[in-house]
Design a binder for this molecule. Structure first.
Ligand SMILES: [Zn+2]
Length: 346
């Protein structure tokens, strides 16, 4: 069964190991072109995230009996983020050019449907954290022209648009201030351009600020259920309800730190630890509002998935748990297609 995935950070592996390995096979990555095709990966969001210049703190170093409270990352310099994002965007476009037609980054609905139907991998260019965008929004238009059709205003740190959640467990997502005036303008401009806005990583005040302004469906590309795993990154029931009411979608992530009720990070967890998030969202707001959002190459994932070839096993598991073929198709593909078609202008 073919599927669309809400979030990967595979460009990090492309930068590290080269385009050729992405195209021919990179066993150090969760996702490369040959395994994507083998698995039925019909398309997905390819995120560009500018990393902290300091070493990112590890959860293990902060773990106590009660949980962990990683410090909020420092803001990221705009000029550095702009250069870095340009470089990564170029890498992805080069990979596309050298893929002999196997991978296409799509910028409108027609291309999206055409490539998904004909079996070409349909990539969506996504910027995760808008540090690369200047306060005058010039870069936003440049990125749009280059094909970017999805944007998360913040990663887990503050910027001129708003603030992301630090990684705290247990913790509510209500960890800081909401959108700034520039952040509100960014939402309006993305609405006008038809760029999808991603609520993953944003804090709760920012979430409600964005939800109050946007005219597009609410989307979290890689977030799970706070009631099942109370980490700051996951969505409260009220947030889940708002996403459902907006006809939006939540991409459930396989990220180990966002799965379990007790906050333990265990690579040997069962498939149920992922599927319980999918069922919870489907039961609460409907099967039309839950999809996949792996976070491949951006995090550690269960060994039962291991890499992109583990996704068919996850879908099989959902079917065994009682999802009909039609429901499964919504989760694997149709919900992402609907939300993109409802959001993009062309
Ligand atoms: Zn992320």
């Amino acid at each position: 069964m073919k599927f669309i995935d809400g979030h990967n950070d595979t460009v990090i592996k492309v930068k590290k190991n080269g385009i050729k390995r992405f195209l021919k096979g990179d066993r150090s990555a969760h996702l490369d072109l040959p395994r994507a095709m083998e698995a039925g990966f019909a398309g997905g969001f390819f995120a560009i995230y500018t990393p902290d210049r300091s070493v990112f703190p590890q959860i293990e170093d902060y773990q106590t009996a009660e949980g962990y409270q990683l410090p909020l990352s420092e803001p990221c310099d705009h000029h550095y983020a702009h250069q870095y994002t340009d470089y990564m965007l170029n890498l992805l476009l080069q990979a596309e050019q050298n893929s002999q037609g196997a991978l296409k980054f799509v910028s409108n609905k027609e291309e999206l449907l055409k490539y998904v139907n004909e079996g070409t991998i349909a990539g969506v260019l996504h910027i995760e954290g808008a540090e690369s965008i200047d306060p005058d929004f010039k870069a936003l238009y440049t990125y749009f022209d280059k094909g970017v059709r999805s944007l998360g205003p913040v990663w887990s740190r503050p910027n001129i648009f708003g603030e992301g959640v630090p990684y705290h467990f247990p913790s509510s997502p209500d960890t800081g201030v909401g959108l700034t005036n520039k952040g509100k303008q960014l939402v309006e401009k993305c609405n006008k351009l038809g760029i999808m806005l991603d609520l993953s990583h944003i804090n709760e005040k920012g979430f409600w600020d964005l939800a109050g302004i946007t005219n597009a469906p609410l989307v979290a590309t890689h977030s799970n259920v706070h009631a099942l795993c109370p980490i700051s990154r996951n969505l409260t029931d009220q947030q889940i309800d708002a996403i459902g009411q907006s006809n939006g979608v939540i991409g459930v992530t396989y990220s180990l730190n966002m799965l379990s009720q007790d906050g333990k990070i265990d690579a040997n967890v069962s498939m149920d630890e992922i599927t319980k998030h999918i069922h919870y969202i489907a039961d609460r707001i409907g099967i039309e509002h839950v999809a996949l959002g792996s976070d491949f190459d951006g995090t550690t994932i269960p060994s039962k998935i291991e890499d992109v070839r583990g996704v068919p096993g996850l879908l099989d598991h959902l079917q065994k748990e009682g999802l009909t073929t039609r429901e499964l198709k919504k989760v694997s593909m149709d919900n992402w297609l609907r939300v993109l078609q409802d959001t993009w202008k062309a």
